[in-house]
Ligand binder design. Sequence first.
Ligand SMILES: [Zn+2]
Length: 134
Amino acid sequence: MTDSNTDKLVLELVACDRCKNPFMMPKGEKLRKQENNEEIVCKNCIKLAERKKQLASSVIESQKEIKTSIKEFEDKLQTAETQDTKKIFYEKIKKQSEILTKSVELLKKIEKTNDEKYIEEYKKLFEKLKKEVS
Ligand SMILES: [Zn+2]
């Protein structure tokens, strides 16, 4: 008689490799993961990783847009006929570059964070950045 099915219903308390918080896992799963050199990660950390990934890809998407717009302003700057127009485009390029720098910093912060509460904060920062671009 095999009891592998009932085994799955038996839970054991394990510690998450990332946040160190204890959580329940099917018995034997920890050992199996350790043998395969797999990380033991709780649901919260998985959720956090997904949110980080989502936010990071939105930021990267925005960075592409900013780079394109900088390129456009550079072209316009080249063909601008008066000093005044040149100055306008120069200022726009400067502004967009500043936003780009901020977004790079934001991306680093997102990658480093292990706390859910910062994700919300970074989302707001990102929304603010996006408004500055337009
Ligand atoms: Zn965790």
